[in-house]
Write a protein that binds this ligand. Sequence first.
Ligand code: CDT
Length: 303
Amino acid sequence: SRTLVAATAQLGPIAREEPRSSAVNRMIALLEKAHRRGAELVVFPELALTTFFPRWYIEDEADLDRFFETEMPGPETTPLFEAARRLGVGFYLGYAELVREGGVKRRFNTSIIVDRTGEIVGKYRKVHLPGHFNPEEWRPFQHLEKRYFEHGDLGFPVFDAMGGKLGMCLCNDRRWPETFRVLGLRGAELVMLGYNTPVHYPQAPEHDHLQDFHNHLSMQAGAYANGCWVIGTAKAGREEGCDLIGGSCIIAPTGEIIARTQGLGDEIAVAEIDLDRCSELRKNVFNFALHREPGDYGPICDG
Ligand code: CDT
C-alpha cells in the first residue's frame, strides 16, 4: 500500500479588509495542527488568501489588483512556504494570479501543489468559470468570475508528487464530470479542490437547500466513477454578509466520505489515504481499457 496522511484545511470567512498576513497566519496554524495529527499533505480552499471578491463589481483596477498575487511565493505568502518546509508538509493552495505578458495583464483563478520541500511542483488554472461578465443589479451579490478571470489555459494536468499522481481543479469544475474524467484518464489517484459556494443561488433559489447535497454528490460521483481519492476544501461561513457552505471532506475511491469538517470556521479533518485503493475500482468496474466505449461518446467532445 502507498499511504499518505492528508488533511482538508477549511477556512472560515475572510473579511474584505483582512490582510494577507492574517489569512496566512490562520493557514499556518491549520498546517501545524494537521502536522501534529500526522498529515503530510494539506488542502486549502479556492482563493484562500482573500475574501471571495467576485461577489462585488470592482471598477477601479487598482482596487481589483489588490486581490491578486503577482508572484508566488511573494513576501506575504513566503511564511506559509517556510512553514511547509519546516514541517515537511505539502499543500494545495488556491489564489488569484496576475501575470504580465508583453505589457498585458492576464488574470487566472489558480491553484498550486507545493511539495514537502516548499517547492511548487504543479499549477492549474480554473477551466469552468461560473457566474456572469456584466454586473446585474437584481442580484443580492454578484458572481463576476467571468469578468475577472480568463479561462484557464493549462487544461487538466496530472503531477507526479507526494508519491502519487495528483490532479487539481477548482470549485465549479467539480460539478462537471468531464473534469474528473480527464484527470482520471490521465491516471490521477488524488484530486484536490478548493471551493467558495454561496448557499444562495440567485437564479434558482429553490435549490438553496440542496447546496451541500450537490457539493458532495459531485465530488463523490467524481471519486467513484474514476476510482480516485478526492479532497474538497471550503471557504465557509458568513463572509461579508454572504453565507458559504462548509462540508469540507476526504472521499475514498468508493465514493464514501471518510472524514469531514463539522462547522463553518477554520477547521481540519484528517484521514489516512491509501493511493493503492484506486485499483479497487480501476481494475474492476471502472477498468477503462476493458470497459470504456469512447466510440459512443462523440457528443461529449463535439462542442
Ligand atoms: N467559486 C465557484 O465556482 N462557485 C460556484 C458558485 C455557483 S455558480 C454561481 C460553485 O459552483 O460552487
